[in-house]
Design a binder for this molecule. Structure first.
Ligand SMILES: NC(=O)c1ccc[n+]([C@@H]2O[C@H](COP(=O)([O-])OP(=O)(O)OC[C@H]3O[C@@H](n4cnc5c(N)ncnc54)[C@H](OP(=O)(O)O)[C@@H]3O)[C@@H](O)[C@H]2O)c1
Length: 191
């Protein structure tokens, strides 16, 4: 089961592909944070140094791998990686050691971009807000297929949220590389 843990991105994105601005998230969506926590708890998460500093602390009960070129950068209980390949190897190793099927690339823009060739699954939250930011997320959409999705209507605390799981297609047979995800209720599909 843990032969090849799935390398997944987790990302929340506005309709124009914005994911952040001024080194911050640009919306308040606690339901998306709950979704993020449910996916990543007890797993390895890979993030860039700027995203780590934007969050401002290590997220509890996650094995955190921070990519930085600064050799002296250190935070207690955080694994440092000097490049994206080292970070992915660390995430994979953690998944193997803990018998887990998946590890997560959680941003920001630079890290998603560099990791994209290795990403097999994208847990995408489409956030229905209009914002002006400076950091964006793009993926080769023709190489991915939407497996399952779930729509959450806006309430007083959250904008409309559409959670979609996209899987990379195998270039040889055109089928998704990863098995069907089981942890999202199948209510709606479509990217
Ligand atoms: N909406 C979402 O789902 C989501 C998720 C995460 C983040 N974000 C947003 O994304 C923004 C931050 O993204 P970002 O692109 O500015 O920064 P980032 O990807 O979080 O971090 C960039 C940093 O990572 C390190 N790095 C990147 N590539 C490296 C490499 N090949 N080798 C060594 N170190 C490397 C560098 O750190 P050093 O400078 O220390 O070398 C670089 O400055 C924020 O606005 C944040 O809120 C949004």
């Amino acid at each position: 089961m843990t032969q090849n843990p799935i390398c997944s991105a987790v990302v929340a994105m506005a309709p124009d592909h914005t994911i952040g601005g001024g080194n911050q998230l640009l919306w308040h969506a606690p339901k998306d944070l709950q979704h993020f926590k449910k996916l990543t708890l007890n797993h390895a998460i890979i993030m860039g140094r700027k995203t780590f500093e934007s969050i401002g602390r290590k997220l509890p009960r996650r094995h955190t791998i921070v990519v930085t070129s600064k050799p002296a950068w250190e935070v207690a209980d955080v694994e440092i990686a000097a490049g994206i390949e080292a970070a992915l190897a660390a995430g994979r190793r953690h998944a193997h050691q803990h018998g887990q099927q998946e590890f997560f690339v959680v941003g920001g823009g630079e890290i998603y971009r560099q990791a994209m060739a290795h990403i097999q699954r994208i847990h995408l939250t489409k956030v229905d807000v209009h914002v002006s930011g400076d950091t964006f997320f793009h993926w080769p959409s023709h190489e991915f297929v939407a497996r399952v999705g779930r729509f959450e209507e806006a309430n007083e605390a959250n904008p409309n949220l559409h959670f979609v799981c996209l899987d990379r297609l195998n270039g040889l047979n055109g089928l998704p590389l990863a098995p069907m995800p089981t942890y999202i209720t199948v209510e709606e599909a479509g990217a």
